[in-house]
Design a protein around this ligand. Structure first.
Ligand code: FES
Length: 883
């Protein structure tokens, strides 16, 4: 009997390939609302209904759908076009990037009323990396947050402009639009941590039906570059080739097989015969710096951005402010400890993916999942030796980033493959590749020493940092410098001493990650500050208030050089006061026999990264009375497309709905450095305000008034250069209970106070803080990319990694300080990455308060907590006099 399936009321007879899952079948016949998050049944992004029942279509054999009715997000229907669940997600804005949303909606739409009352259980198979789940729970409960209509935009809960597309599955993510005659590229990856390729025999691979080409290191341009993207190509070391003869970590790409289908390309990869000469490898950064250690990049030079190649040191920082030794000698209390932070993964639900093609004008086009389309264009031009004008980079909707897409991890290979074959080529990383071959947060070992007088004033702060950058140095210098900066420049102290090293090892590369080094350093510094407060017997909030920098103080960390950070506003006191009050007043009962404690941590962040961030925005008056806003930055769930429209509407005095946005296409809009460092508001947003002001001024000139037609020729332009920069604060507080018999933590209160300046969209800003807190809690509690002693990443699935589910994330109360930043657009500050930073130390401090034990290593997993508490108990049993 021939195969036939009914999808959204339409009959399909295409026979599935042997073993094909329903997810890929549905996408092949055009239902792109079905997403790939994991292809392992862990995330739920691919959820569809089969005969009315929700299934993970990545696990469901397409053949089994024969004779059945399948409904995807595009097939959900309601009275006025939207299904009630879709309407709920629209009203509550139950999404950020929106990549999980179709699957979430399909899962919820299949729930009984009883299941909707128990989301921790009934949503356990549905992951969202962006939202922290509160807005999703609100969507299910029918809570509405959006405010539409009205004139102007600032302070309003405007919905995302793509809301309807997101909730209906019509939003076009990276691979939802592809050119015809598409080829697929699969990457062969090294099984060795350190080796030299002797030969690659491609003959068997090329014999696989459907395989079109194989690219090896012999096909690669020999132009060095960095996968890390910054405004200056020189900010990251040039240590990478598209395909290198030397492999430096297990998982490095060694060849690319291009074929008519993914299956053929995968078979081609299996048939490649690659011979290697193995080299000694080093996996520990401390060992890598020792004399005699294997050297990963012996030929790189300081001019290429590698500080001391012979010692595997990519970058180092040595800062001296005042006399640290004298400061410690003058202290009444000196606390010193070593802290360790682990490797964690961004886990954006849309994996790295792109499609490249050459158009009729011989221009290279790349549609990619990137936070930095303009910087990716520059890198492709550099690597491929093409003028930038011959390269176009654009994004569709980007399914999350968190810094992970401030890299060029697939675009270069896809471009090379399309130039070789003359046909469009697509690459889509698997979830396993995301863990084993994409980038992670930099693991760090941090020694902190703080001296303070009896009255609480700090006399000296000392940091020693070793950052493991893995096999390549993308973002290694920036993460090290940034991490060592605001973590201590937040404190007024006459003496500071910093020594930091970013070190190559034969492990999966680290890269940009939300917080950009601050989450690691702030964990260490804020844990140490808590201990100083204990030793002095001073309230930890009071100790921070005593020492925090204030307008008039110089903000210094590693040098006294003039820099461009100013006090645009200062809301730290308000944040500290709000959190202190909440923790003191909390009376939530704890389970009987559990240990109760509370803790806090303070984080400061410069609102813009240093060394250049640029944006040029235009606004054009349209004949119908609306406006076309053109912004270069990308939307990946950070909400800039919403806020940019609000800023423009506020200045132009029109409804938000009158602003039509075009963005993130290097052919269509003007230059923007990209969406990282929370610059979407403070740089691109500032340029938006200036463009709107320019247009408003032109529109008020008499010559431009007579008709709307004349006005339609008017365009306002605004630029922003990312300087001077301001500061923002986040304070997190936890009150927790700990089960001493199991190590389990129960959250009694979670609160974050944020100094965001003018809150342009309270609903959205709150969502960024909730999402950042949830992601940080995952990193604080259980997330850990495990690398074994041989350099193999052993955590290669969501299931093994433990991304927070709705059951893992407590409700976090979000409070905004009442500040107006004189440097930010209409008073606003950045608030996307910074909410992550105080969460782990606040939790560690609460744990210390509850148990009396200082935990210096992340994650604070239940088994580790239990083991430490048990060890302490044994210690007391063996040495009863210590009690
Ligand atoms: Fe859920 Fe981005 S909105 S993963």
């Amino acid at each position: 009997m021939s195969f036939r399936v009914l999808v959204n009321g339409k009959s399909y007879g295409e026979e599935p390939a042997p073993g094909q899952c329903l997810r890929t079948y549905l996408r092949e016949v055009g239902w792109t609302g079905v997403k790939k998050g994991c292809d392992a049944g862990d995330c739920g992004a691919c959820t569809v209904h089969v005969d009315g029942r929700p299934v993970h279509s990545c696990l469901y054999p397409a053949q089994r759908a024969a004779g059945r009715e399948v409904t995807t997000i595009e097939g959900l229907e309601g009275a006025d076009g939207l299904h009630p669940v879709q309407q709920g997600f629209a009203d509550a804005q139950g999404f950020q990037c929106g990549f999980c949303t179709a699957g979430m909606i399909m899962t919820v739409a299949g729930m009984s009323p009883e299941q909707k009352q128990d989301l921790p259980r009934s949503l356990k198979g549905s992951l969202c990396r962006c939202t922290g789940y509160r807005s999703i729970c609100d969507a299910v409960a029918g809570v509405s947050h959006v405010e539409a209509g009205g004139v102007g935009g600032v302070g309003r809960n405007s919905p995302a402009p793509a809301t309807r597309e997101i909730v209906t599955g019509a939003a076009r993510f990276t691979l939802d639009e592809t050119p015809p005659a598409l080829l697929h590229c699969v990457l062969a990856r090294s099984p060795h941590a350190h080796a030299e390729i002797d030969s690659v025999d491609c003959s068997a691979a090329l014999a696989v039906p459907g395989v079109v080409a194989v690219l090896t290191h012999e096909d690669s341009p020999q132009t060095l570059f960095s996968t890390g993207r910054h405004d200056s190509l020189r900010d990251d070391p040039w240590d990478t080739l598209v395909l290198d003869r030397t492999v430096r970590f297990k998982g490095q790409r060694v060849a690319a097989v291009v074929a008519e289908t993914v299956a053929a390309a995968e078979e081609g990869v299996r048939r490649l015969e690659i011979l290697y000469t193995l080299k000694e490898a080093v996996f520990d950064p401390e060992l890598a710096m020792r004399p005699g250690a294997p050297v990963l990049h012996p030929d790189r030079t300081p001019e290429q951005g590698v500080a001391r190649a012979a010692d595997n040191v990519v970058a180092e920082v040595h800062g001296r402010i005042g006399d640290a030794e004298a400061g410690f000698a003058a202290a009444d209390v000196v606390y010193e400890n070593t802290f360790r932070t682990q490797r964690v993964q961004h886990a954006h639900l849309e994996t790295h993916a792109c499609v490249a093609w050459v158009d009729e004008k011989d221009r290279l086009n790349v549609r990619t999942s990137s936070q930095t389309p303009f910087l990716t264009r520059a890198a492709l031009a550099h690597v491929l030796g093409r003028p930038e004008a011959q390269v176009r980079v654009l994004t569709g909707r980007v399914g999350g980033g968190f810094g992970g897409k401030q890299e060029m991890l697939v675009e270069d290979v896809a471009a090379l493959a399309t130039l070789r074959t003359g046909r469009p080529v697509q690459i889509e990383l698997t979830r396993s590749e995301q863990f084993t071959a994409a980038t992670t947060r930099h693991p760090m070992r941090i020694r902190v020493k703080i001296g303070a007088r009896a009255d609480g004033t700090f006399t000296a702060i000392e940091l020693e940092v070793v950052s493991n950058t893995g096999a390549y140095g993308n973002h290694a210098p920036g993460v090290l410098f940034h991490g060592c900066n605001e973590s201590i420049s937040v404190y007024r102290c006459p003496a500071k001493k910093v020594d930091g090293y970013a070190v190559y090892t034969n492990t999966v590369p680290a890269g940009a990650f939300r917080g950009y080094g601050l989450s690691q350093l702030i964990f260490a510094v804020e844990s140490a500050v808590d201990e100083v407060a204990r030793e002095l017997g001073i309230d930890p909030f009071r100790l921070r208030e005593l020492n925090i920098v204030r307008p008039g103080d110089r903000m210094v960390s590693t040098s006294e050089d003039d820099h461009d950070v100013e006090y645009g506003s200062h809301g730290a006191d308000e944040c500290l006061a709000v959190v202190r009050r909440a923790l003191e007043e909390d009376t939530t009962p704890a389970p009987e026999g559990w240990l109760v404690g509370s803790g806090t941590a303070l984080a400061m962040i410069d609102t813009i990264p240093p060394r250049g961030h640029h944006s040029e925005v235009t606004v054009r008056a349209l004949a119908d009375g609306g406006y076309e806003l053109n912004v270069g930055t990308a939307e990946f769930g950070n909400g800039t497309s919403t806020v940019h429209r609000q800023l423009a509407a506020e200045v132009l005095g029109c409804p938000v709905e009158a602003i039509r946005l075009r963005q993130s296409d290097t052919d269509v809009v003007r230059y923007d450095t990209g969406a990282f460092g929370s610059t979407g508001i403070v740089v691109a947003g500032a340029a938006t305000v200036r463009a709107a002001l320019d247009l408003r001024q032109k529109m008020t000139q008499p010559a431009s008034r007579p008709t709307n037609v004349l006005n339609s020729a008017l365009t306002g332009t605004g630029t922003a250069g990312g300087s001077p920069r301001s500061i923002a604060f986040n304070v997190h507080g936890f009150r927790i209970a700990v089960n001493p018999e199991t190590g389990e933590i129960a959250f009694l209160r979670s609160i974050q106070a944020a100094d965001a300046g003018t809150v342009l969209n309270p609903m959205q800003c709150r969502g960024q803080i909730e999402g950042g807190t949830a992601q940080a809690l995952g990193a604080a509690l259980f997330e850990h990319v495990d690398v074994d002693a041989g350099g193999t990443v052993t955590t290669s699935t969501f299931r093994g990694y433990h991304l927070p589910t709705v059951a893992d994330v407590p409700t976090t109360e979000v409070v905004f300080a009442q500040t107006y930043d004189r440097l930010g657009p209409l008073g606003a500050k950045s608030m996307s990455e910074s909410p992550f930073n105080p969460v782990a130390p606040a939790l560690a401090n609460a744990l210390r308060s509850a148990t009396g034990v200082r935990f210096g290593d992340l994650p604070l997993s239940r088994d580790r907590i239990w083991a430490r508490l048990e060890a302490e108990r044994q210690n007391l049993t063996n040495h009863p006099d210590r009690s």
